[in-house]
Design a protein around this ligand. Structure first.
Ligand code: PAF
Length: 288
């Protein structure tokens, strides 16, 4: 695939370049990221490359989505490495704006999805997080003007929140969900995995092992949410280096809590492993 993509810092430059692509009949794909690209991001870019004529990736560590005391300052940053990796999968343009380009001085507008989708799972544990995500994505969608935007299913709640925002505000972009990419031992790829020591990295595999065990139980007929969730919690809590924040079974579309696995559901977990807060999930379709 192509060489290193062009890197632009202003929305005006991006709009001009995207306008040219559009004028020559190309559809535009957008992959919003916070950089520190890994295989999960590259899968989003590859999917965008396969489906769109012109592919833009954004690299922007968005300050508004980090609650106070979170890892904004130490979040990994490597724009040169990111540009090289994105080029290898055929990204045409990287938009890496400074903070003032996305949040101009004196700005006072947020975009916030309210209600059940943000009041569960990560919502209460990361106050303001989804408001920051929807605000930055609304701004990036406006700045780039893409036809499709690609997001990973690892951030399952984020995906539903963004779909809701796009629907509610009639933003003309299709949100495309891409399956979670895992390491060989099942650990979901995440920029935050780089915080893990070798021992913590090994311990972190318990998240997907626990979710997979629950998937197997569901496949053999277990329908009771408490049984499924407590199996996951016990397995994760049995790992001394991992501190479970939540394990929950929820409706895969509405995120309503489920007492029984009687419809398509998401089994989601969040846990601290050393300094890294990791999330993971599986979507379960009950059969029979
Ligand atoms: O998933 C992420 O990396 C971020 O939340 C996103 C969507 C790029 C917004 O900053």
């Amino acid at each position: 695939m192509g060489g290193t993509p062009q890197v632009m810092a202003t929305a005006a430059e991006v709009r001009k370049r995207v306008g040219r692509a559009r004028a020559s009949g190309e559809s535009v794909g957008l992959v919003p990221t916070m950089g520190a690209l890994h295989g999960g991001h590259l899968a989003l870019m590859e999917r965008a490359r396969a489906e769109c004529g012109y592919v833009v990736a954004t690299v922007f560590v968005n300050p508004t989505q980090f609650p106070p005391g979170d890892d904004f300052e130490r979040y990994p940053r490597d724009l040169d490495g990111d540009a090289r990796k994105a080029g290898e999968v055929g990204v045409d343009l990287i938009f890496a704006p400074p903070v003032g380009e996305v949040y101009p001085p004196g700005d006072c507008t947020f975009v916030e999805v309210t209600g059940p989708l943000v009041e569960c799972l990560c919502g209460p544990h990361r106050p303001g997080h989804f408001r920051g995500v929807t605000t930055v994505c609304a701004r990036l969608f406006n700045m780039v003007g893409a036809d499709r935007a690609y997001f990973g299913e690892k951030d399952y709640q984020q995906l539903l929140v963004l779909k809701q925002m796009v629907r509610d505000l009639s933003i003309p972009v299709e949100i495309v969900a891409v399956p979670t990419v895992r390491e060989r031992d099942g650990l979901a790829m995440s920029s935050r995995n780089s915080y893990l020591s070798a021992e913590e990295r090994e311990a972190a595999t318990v998240l997907y092992r626990a979710l997979s065990a629950a998937e197997r139980e569901a496949a053999s007929g277990e329908r009771d949410a408490v049984a499924l969730v407590s199996g996951v919690s016990e397995m994760i809590e049995g790992e001394p280096l991992v501190e479970l924040q939540y394990a929950e079974l929820r409706d895969a579309e509405t995120l309503d809590e489920l007492a029984r696995l009687d419809r398509r559901a998401v089994l989601a977990v969040a846990a601290f492993v050393g300094k890294a807060r990791l999330i993971d999930n599986v979507v379960i379709e009950p059969r029979g």
